[in-house]
Structures are given as structure tokens and as C-alpha cells.
Design a protein around this ligand. Structure first.
Ligand code: ZN
Length: 97
């Protein structure tokens, strides 16, 4: 028996916890994804692949939502104020910080 190995992607463009939830909600229901966990502090997305997993599809999905993904692991993790998550889903005006 071989256990599926977890894959880690470097994600760019995440600025807040909303970005994290945005990523998880977008990737979790995709085919071939058994588990996804996004870390804001390390700016990585960990995926446990299942049957039908295609990393190119996952990567294109992330990019489509306005984030960058770098499978090589070298990336610019500079925070940004204009979170893609706020463009993807409307949120009521409130505290910003
Ligand atoms: Zn955000």
C-alpha cells in the first residue's frame, strides 16, 4: 500500500484570512483533492491528492481566481492590500486592516 504524498504549492497574492478560506473553498471540492490546507503565515497550500488528481488543473484554478502559484517554491510573498478574495466575493463595508 502506498499513501498519497502531500503536495505543497507556494501561493502568492494572499493578504488576509479571507484569502485562505477563498482558496480552501475553491480547491476542496475539485476532483482528485482529498484534502487542502492553506497557510497564510507560510503562504503555502498543501494538497493531498486522490484519484483523478491533476496538479495543472489545480494550479490553473488558483490562478483563475487571481492568485499566483509557484510550484518551484521560489516566490514573492509580499503582502498586498487589494486582496483577490475581496474581488471574488462582495463583502459589506466594515473594518479593514
Ligand atoms: Zn484577502
Amino acid at each position: 500500500m502506498t499513501r498519497a504524498e502531500k503536495l505543497t504549492f507556494a501561493i502568492t497574492g494572499m493578504g488576509c484570512v479571507g484569502c485562505v478560506l477563498d482558496r480552501e473553498n475553491a480547491v476542496m471540492p475539485m476532483a482528485g483533492v482529498e484534502y487542502v490546507g492553506v497557510s497564510l503565515s507560510s503562504r503555502t497550500m498543501t494538497v493531498r491528492p486522490g484519484p483523478g488528481f491533476d496538479r495543472a488543473v489545480i494550479a490553473s484554478r488558483v490562478r483563475m481566481l487571481g492568485y499566483g502559484i509557484d510550484e518551484a517554491g521560489s516566490y514573492d510573498a509580499a503582502p498586498r492590500s487589494d486582496c483577490p478574495c475581496k474581488l471574488n466575493s462582495r463583502r459589506p463595508a466594515g473594518s479593514s486592516g
